[in-house]
Write a protein that binds this ligand. Structure first.
Ligand SMILES: NC(=O)c1ccc[n+]([C@@H]2O[C@H](COP(=O)([O-])OP(=O)(O)OC[C@H]3O[C@@H](n4cnc5c(N)ncnc54)[C@H](OP(=O)(O)O)[C@@H]3O)[C@@H](O)[C@H]2O)c1
Length: 298
């Protein structure tokens, strides 16, 4: 009898994301939850997993790491990799709060619009990540900075925004000062130089008005992740995917949360299926998610 596909889903939180559990089952996995896991417990879970199934059974076994904290998730990802003992290899995917696949989808859809409308890539673009101190904002800041963008993460408090920016730079090898922090109070000045905005604040919060969009003379693309009314960026509809934003005087186009969500869904599903279908042990984090999202967008 073939062994079932088992995905051991680890989170430091009280609950797994129900979204991720649905995604895992829909991709063909049976999901096993491990809740409230601490970093130093990851190795034991991984080794209990690998030694009980043998190399062939491990092709039908995976580890998923969730949670709310991008940095802890990456620490857990590395701890899981370090716990592997040859030849008992196993696939590992980390996607805390869906942040990696969501950020990958947003950055990919923006990169696509820059290419088709301006024949430009992300290198040198000035990007404001509004409400950027959460897991999705920080992940998208790292991805964009690694592609050469000049990224500013905005939060309500300057200290928190600076801490998030510093962690992005020191932990993920973005170029020196690739990510800066600033307070959202300064947004009107920052909009004067912005090429791109990402709206990544908590759901249900509008972070940019029509007047502010009109006041951004260089704006090319605005991406909004908020699917809970009101829109995170006024004038961007849920399904927009490159439509002109009426209020923009620079002809900026908008990308709405459901257009980004579609690419996010396809990216996460592809990664979950590849974990068992490729025949080899694969390890995925935000950069792998971005590669897949770029292929989906094209
Ligand atoms: N479309 C999709 O496929 C998809 C998928 C996943 C997530 N999302 C959306 O992506 C967004 C980001 O997710 P996340 O989990 O990273 O967000 P989050 O952690 O809930 O919030 C991000 C930031 O929002 C700021 N914030 C909180 N309350 C605020 C308020 N009242 N006014 C202004 N700012 C406020 C906070 O920053 P400060 O405290 O520093 O101000 C917080 O760090 C959410 O809207 C989420 O629903 C969309």
């Amino acid at each position: 009898m073939q062994k079932p596909y088992l995905l051991h889903m680890i989170t430091p939180e009280k609950n797994l994301s129900a979204f991720d559990v649905n995604m895992a089952f829909d991709a063909g996995w049976t999901a096993m939850p491990y809740l409230g896991v601490e970093l130093d417990e990851v190795a034991t879970i991984v080794q209990d997993t690998i030694f009980s199934r043998g190399p062939q059974g491990l092709k039908r076994t995976g580890i998923f790491i969730g949670g709310r904290d991008m940095h802890l998730a990456m620490d857990m990802f590395h701890a899981a990799q370090d716990a592997i003992v040859q030849p008992f290899e196993i696939s590992i995917l980390t996607d805390p709060s869906g942040a990696f696949t969501t950020a990958a989808a947003m950055v990919a859809t923006v990169a696509h619009q820059l290419k088709v409308r301006h024949d430009q890539d992300l290198k040198g673009q000035r990007i404001l990540v509004i409400g950027g101190t959460g897991p999705v904002g920080a992940s998208s800041a790292v991805l964009a900075a690694k592609l050469g963008a000049e990224v500013t993460v905005l939060g309500r408090a300057m200290d928190k925004a600076n801490t998030v920016a510093d962690l992005c730079n020191t932990r993920y090898g973005t170029v020196v000062e690739g990510v800066k922090g600033d307070a959202s109070d300064h947004i009107d000045d920052l909009l004067l130089e912005a090429d791109v905005v990402f709206a990544t604040a908590k759901a249900g919060i509008q972070v940019l008005s029509e007047e502010q969009i009109a006041s951004a003379p260089k704006l090319k693309v605005a991406a909004d992740l908020n699917a809970v009314p009101p829109a995170g960026i006024a004038g961007i509809n849920l399904l927009d995917n490159g439509e002109q934003i009426k209020a923009s005087k620079s002809g900026a186009v908008g990308i709405g949360p459901l257009a980004i969500g579609d690419i996010k869904y396809q990216t996460q599903q592809k990664l979950l299926i590849q974990m068992y279908s490729s025949g080899e042990a694969l390890n995925f984090h935000f950069e792998d998610a971005f590669e897949v999202a770029m292929k989906k967008v094209r």
